[in-house]
Design a protein around this ligand. Structure first.
Ligand code: CA
Length: 226
């Protein structure tokens, strides 16, 4: 899941970015509204975490502009005050949810999961293909009931594959949703991560779930190719 964090206070931005990265999110940071709109125009974002108090255009204005441009990316607004009119203005500007600062990090993570569910119409926190199950809340992965330990990046990669089953995903698509802007697309990092993931979720089991589509990318499916 790729997140754009829009926050001008560096200390807070660093804290949130670090926490989200540790939880497997790919995070880019914009420091003001204009930069946020530039990112939204060019990047494949899954969620925007948008602070209301920004220099220049405020978060409400940025959110209205995003919607005016036809963007449906889920927006989680960070507000400074828990006043009803602030929340109403946030939601009316086109935000999907809001969180009052200061917040518990666990709540931010829970709200991001809820937004991701809404967007993909996934019910509950379990993503499943065949006998492979990933729980986005507890961050547990299992196959045939056996628990599988993954690194944070492997987990993010698998989550992306599980959100798009039976679909060919190119390396570019994977890079755009699992890595942030600093990703070096000339490297073979994705192939290395896929190989490691296969070693854990496919090699010990009879049926393969991750398939290579020659010249195109990867596909997660429990239907075996003919
Ligand atoms: Ca701010």
């Amino acid at each position: 899941m790729r997140i754009l964090l829009v926050e001008d206070e560096k200390r807070i931005a660093d804290f949130i970015r670090k926490g989200l990265s540790e939880n497997g999110y790919a995070v880019d940071v914009a420091c003001d509204g204009e930069e946020a709109l530039d990112w939204a125009a060019v990047a494949e974002l899954d969620i925007i975490v948008l602070d209301v108090l920004l220099p220049g255009r405020d978060g409400l204005d940025v959110c209205r502009e995003l919607r005016r441009r036809g963007s449906h990316v889920p927006v989680l607004m960070l507000t400074a005050r828990d006043a009803i009119e602030d929340r109403v203005r946030g939601l009316d500007s086109g935000a999907d949810d809001y969180l009052v600062k200061p917040f518990a990090f666990a709540e931010l993570l829970a709200r991001l999961r809820a937004l991701a569910r809404r967007e993909r119409s996934v019910l509950g926190t379990h993503l499943r293909v065949g006998d492979l199950v990933l729980d986005t809340a507890s961050r547990q992965v299992s196959r045939q009931g056996q628990s599988i330990a993954l690194t944070s990046k492997e987990f993010s990669l698998l989550e992306y594959l599980l959100r798009h089953p039976n679909q060919v995903l190119t390396r570019t698509m994977i890079a755009e949703h699992v890595w942030n802007y600093d990703f070096d697309s000339s490297s073979n990092v994705i192939d290395v991560h896929v190989r490691n993931l296969r070693r854990k979720i496919d090699d010990p089991f009879a049926a393969r779930l991750i398939h290579t589509v020659r010249g195109a990318g990867y596909l997660l499916s429990d239907r075996q190719p003919e």
